[in-house]
Design a protein around this ligand. Structure first.
Ligand code: NAI
Length: 392
């Protein structure tokens, strides 16, 4: 059981943020995730916003030093590099089109990076950043924010230990209805860039939503290698073309397993957004983010079981992040806190040259970020060619 004790034998990382300002959807999740335990990250500097004054006001309202609330990320990296107590790690929580340039500048400034999804637009950019991160000896982690839930590790342990038999089918879904109203595309700052190909990339919901669920399927089934996808995408709100607000994807894995993904923001009225069902030759597992503490375990020919978080029958890997006891329900911020805890451990290990720990920590790393880019681009290519199979 983890009770918030210090896991790294050093002072908290001095941590900066680019984006994630007062009006952003995701900024508070980063701050809550990073600072929940108050032992690993210290919010030190920020370039929170496109609006310099709003950045400063917001930083001060959070108790930050006004001089360390910068008008833009370049100034922040430059000024912080001059200080002995300058930042050591930076979050990139801006709209997608800025992820690559900010990540690159951060690595060049000698910082670890925690970047939002989808990572970049092109896999080649990912490979270039990977080379740079290796040269600089720094970590690039990706905030697939739902992937820190304990029960996902339980599913991974059951899949990899063969409890399900051979994995045959992977059923994935991230489909909500919050994009039904076209007015949102004009009124909401956070939505405007999401429907602009220059700012969001080649896809809307395939990048915004399905990359989360796709990564979680990789986390649960680390040995399943995706071979090809066939994607059909459409925009039911027509102004979103050539982007999609709904997509169906069929998947073929290298070992013969098959899968499906439905991602949508026009699934009107549905409030249980993400579903993952892993079907093996002997048994299946099912998880849904509306009830993240429970996994359904169904063995063919036997009554189905519900596995609950925080209990002794779970795998040790699923208990190591357990904080509050069974039946005391967790939520999304627990997932983010678990991720940030792992980021701190892996960054500290990297700085100490402990490559064994770096290799063994389970977290969304740069390779997973690159897989997410490949997933989006293969799906978009498939759909644009008329729903044909495309190698990933
Ligand atoms: P948003 O549009 O609500 O907020 C963007 C923030 O970035 C604003 O504070 C804005 O002022 C700031 N910003 C824009 N340009 C900037 C610049 N040049 N320098 C500094 N700050 C700048 O966007 P939202 O929804 O917060 O998304 C941001 C990123 O987070 C996206 O990549 C998105 O895909 C991702 N996201 C991830 C989630 C997760 O669960 N991991 C959830 C929501 C978003």
């Amino acid at each position: 059981m983890y009770l918030g004790e210090k896991l790294i034998k050093r002072e908290p990382f001095r941590w900066g943020i680019v984006g994630g300002g007062k009006t952003s959807q995701v900024g508070y999740k980063h701050r809550l995730g990073a600072m929940r335990d108050n032992t690993s990250f210290l919010l030190t500097a920020a370039a929170f916003d496109v609006d310099a004054e709003r950045c400063r006001e917001f930083g001060v309202s959070l108790g930050m030093d006004a001089d360390r609330c910068y008008p833009d990320y370049k100034t922040m990296f430059e000024e912080e590099a001059k200080r002995e107590d300058g930042i050591e790690v930076v979050d990139v929580a801006t709209p997608n089109f800025l992820h690559y340039e900010v990540t690159k500048a951060a690595l060049e400034a000698g910082l670890h990076v925690i970047c939002e999804k989808p990572l970049f637009f092109e896999a080649e950019q990912g490979e270039e950043i990977k080379k740079l991160a290796e040269e600089k000896g720094k970590i690039v982690a990706v905030t697939y924010g739902f992937s820190g839930f304990d029960m996902l590790k339980q599913m991974r342990a059951m899949v990899t230990s063969g409890k399900l038999g051979k994995i045959n089918m992977i059923e994935l879904r991230y489909a909500h209805g919050f994009g039904c109203d076209p007015e949102g595309d004009v009124k909401s700052e956070g939505q405007k860039w999401r429907v602009n190909p220059a700012k969001v990339g080649k896809a809307f919901v395939l990048g915004d939503l399905s990359t989360h669920t796709y990564y979680m399927s990789q986390l649960i089934c680390p040995d399943q290698k995706l071979k090809e996808v066939l994607c059909d995408r459409q925009a039911f709100v027509g102004s979103r073309y050539p982007l999609e607000d709904n997509a169906y994807v069929l998947m073929h894995y290298e070992d013969g397993a098959v899968g499906r993904m439905w991602c949508s923001c026009v699934n009107a009225g549905d409030m249980s957004s993400q579903h993952i069902r892993i079907v093996g030759s002997k048994a299946s597992l099912e998880w849904n983010d509306a009830r993240p503490d429970v996994v359904k375990y169904q063995i063919q020919g036997q009554p189905e079981q519900l596995l609950y978080r925080g209990l002794d029958y779970l795998d040790a890997s699923a208990q190591e992040d357990e904080r509050i006891g069974a039946l005391h329900y967790t939520g999304l911020i627990d997932s983010w806190s678990n991720l940030y805890k792992r980021f701190a451990v892996v960054m500290d290990a990297k700085d100490r040259g402990d490559e064994e720990t770096v290799k063994n920590v389970i977290y969304p790393d740069l390779d997973h970020g690159i897989d997410g880019i490949k997933w989006i681009n293969a799906c978009a290519e498939s759909a644009d060619k008329g729903a044909v199979w495309v190698q990933v």
